[in-house]
Design a protein around this ligand. Structure first.
Ligand code: SF4
Ligand code: SF4
Length: 273
């Protein structure tokens, strides 16, 4: 089995399914950048376990140093206040490196989309605007995890594979904003060298294309050096049951699931049919 359903949520009108996918291991504004002041660092190494990316190491001179390629600018090291001598410092950082911070800090609002976090709430928690119509299926590809991260070139492999199937990318999603062309899924040249904690390409398509989407994701999963989980949002049948087509497709793909990991207490109701 190449992936399994981790949990499935049944809303009043929608289901949201998350699939944990095991993969091969092989804003354009000034933001902050993390650095360590070597004059202050006393080499205690207390900060090393706080970095989710393993980007902090000790030099031969017994000073903590940050690997710039690995660092995702999450500021966990700084915000933890673990350093006894306040050696962590923040300095201004410019685009395109600034995208690292955008995707690492979920409580910050994206400067261009005005959406906080890495994806949109509509997809994952509370679809109240009727984004996903009857006969449509929404997907979120939740790429990267703490300690794993994701290179944006790998995110691009996924978006380009999906674009070939003619999916409709969510315009308010931060990854869509970084695309050079939503028809090809290609990202802007200047961000391709960036690495982020996590990103969540979101899109929708006709429900009949579910099988093709899953096949395409399975194929591209072998070409990236990260992990992702897959979320599906589908409108339920009038009686609250899951569309048979969805269940049949999951069965054909040998995807198992258990419908009890998330609970929606019904605060959101679709405003559109
Ligand atoms: S900002 Fe985040 S990724 Fe970078 S060194 Fe600090 S904890 Fe590690
Ligand atoms: S916690 Fe501070 S003093 Fe200790 S190694 Fe890290 S940066 Fe240096």
């Amino acid at each position: 089995m190449w992936f399994k359903l981790d949990y499935l949520t049944i809303y009043e009108h929608y289901i949201y399914i998350t699939i944990i996918l095991q993969l091969s291991k092989n804003q354009i504004k000034m933001v902050n950048r993390m650095k360590i002041n070597p004059q202050r660092c006393v080499g205690c190494a207390l900060c090393l376990p706080y970095c989710p990316e393993g980007a902090i190491t000790m030099s031969r001179e017994k000073k903590a140093v940050i690997n710039r390629d690995k660092c995702i600018e999450c500021a966990v090291c700084y915000n933890s206040s673990v350093c006894p001598v306040d050696a962590f410092e923040i300095e201004k950082l410019e685009y395109p490196r600034s995208v690292r911070e955008v995707f690492a800090t979920v409580y910050k609002t994206h400067g261009q989309t005005n959406v906080p976090g890495r994806g949109t709430e509509e997809m994952k928690t509370n679809d109240v605007t009727g984004r996903f119509k009857l006969g449509e299926i929404g997907f979120s590809v939740d790429m990267g995890r703490p300690g794993v991260g994701v290179d944006l070139v790998d995110a691009e492999k996924v978006t380009m594979a999906l674009a070939k199937l003619g999916v409709e990318f969510e315009p308010e999603n931060p990854i869509t904003f970084l695309m050079k062309d939503v028809k090809t899924g290609e990202l802007k040249e200047e961000v391709k060298g960036e690495r982020v904690h996590s990103c969540i390409p979101e899109f929708k398509t006709k429900i009949e294309r579910m099988s093709e989407i899953l096949d395409a994701l399975k194929e591209v999963s072998q070409k990236i050096n990260s992990v992702f989980s897959l979320g599906c949002c589908i409108k339920l049948n009038p009686d609250g049951s899951i569309p048979e087509f969805v269940l049949q497709t999951l069965k054909e793909k040998n995807i198992s699931y258990y419908p009890d990991a998330k609970t929606n207490i019904g605060l959101g109701r679709p405003l559109a049919e």
